[in-house]
Write a protein that binds this ligand. Structure first.
Ligand SMILES: NC(=O)c1ccc[n+]([C@@H]2O[C@H](COP(=O)([O-])OP(=O)(O)OC[C@H]3O[C@@H](n4cnc5c(N)ncnc54)[C@H](O)[C@@H]3O)[C@@H](O)[C@H]2O)c1
Length: 256
């Protein structure tokens, strides 16, 4: 007989934005393996459709929604896809992300606005869509945002991204304070993983070495390893955890 999964999301629907690839895809897979019905939301329609189809072929319950997380109506559409047959909307992960790196003196206001739109506005819209529905349904849900060491510590050449990820930490803490009374938890993960987003750094000899020296564990994580933290925050093992930033980054960031 199969061992029961230590974290059980059976009967629960989970929305994962940026679910077509990378960390989002790994998170979607881990939730589905724990029994959740998953809604993959991504701006890349072809990839998100293929990802959901692959999950269904693997025996999981998954649907794809092609949507830009900065678009209010599109996020509401994604939330509606998570009602009904998929289960009780109990988990929402605001993970979609982009980068537009440039040194401050060269960064355009458009690059600032775009990164803020996807990360900060996108997280706000997702957080609100999830909170409204969980609150109305009386669901003791878990909302998981995705931040970065850039938001915790600052960074060079990505002031837009650091600002957006800092805003996400503030929204995580405020969301946790505001929604705790309904039993809704809001946490954030600060990851470091080998994905398309980090490909440029990892494939540049000089940068790659510099980055590795900053990681005490001396290697990048696979997206699956990071997904374990999301699973913990999604399930009942973390019922008393809210307002936290969980760093799954090989020890790169250590709070003083
Ligand atoms: N990989 C890392 O080391 C690392 C480190 C810190 C933070 N993060 C954060 O983790 C999250 C996932 O990153 P990843 O490494 O998997 O990146 P990735 O580039 O592999 O995946 C990001 C996904 O988000 C989607 N996306 C982009 N803009 C969108 C939009 N407007 N609406 C909907 N979907 C959109 C992309 O199409 C893609 O599928 C991001 O928020 C990123 O900032 C990653």
């Amino acid at each position: 007989m199969a061992e029961p999964h230590p974290i059980d999301l059976t009967g629960r629907a989970a929305v994962v934005t940026g679910g077509a690839q990378g960390i989002g895809r790994a998170v979607a897979d881990s939730f589905a393996a724990a029994g959740a019905g998953v809604v993959l939301v991504d701006v890349d329609e072809a990839r998100v459709t293929a990802a959901a189809e692959e999950m269904v072929r693997a025996g999981h319950t998954a649907v794809a929604v092609a949507a830009d997380v900065g678009d209010e109506a599109a996020v509401e559409r994604a939330a509606e896809a998570a009602t009904g047959d998929l289960g009780e909307l109990a988990v929402w992960v605001n993970n979609a992300g982009v980068t537009r790196p440039a040194m401050l003196h060269k960064m355009t206001a458009d690059d600032f606005d775009l990164v803020m739109r996807v990360h900060a506005r996108g997280t706000f819209l997702g957080l609100r869509a999830a909170a409204r529905r969980m609150r109305e349904a009386g669901t003791r849900g878990s909302i998981i945002n995705v931040t970065s060491s850039a938001g915790l510590n600052g960074t060079i050449g990505q002031i837009n991204y650091a600002a957006a990820k800092g805003a996400i930490i503030a929204m995580t803490k405020s969301g946790a304070r505001e929604l705790g009374r309904y039993g809704i938890r809001v946490n954030a993960v600060s990851p470091a993983a080998a994905t398309e987003m980090t490909e440029t750094i990892r494939s540049d000899e000089r940068f790659a070495q510099q980055y590795l020296e900053r990681i005490p564990l001396g290697r990048w994580a696979e997206a699956d390893e990071v997904a374990n933290a999301f699973l913990f925050l999604a399930g009942s093992s973390s019922d008393y955890v809210t307002g936290q930033v969980l760093c799954i980054d090989g020890g790169s960031y250590m709070a003083s």
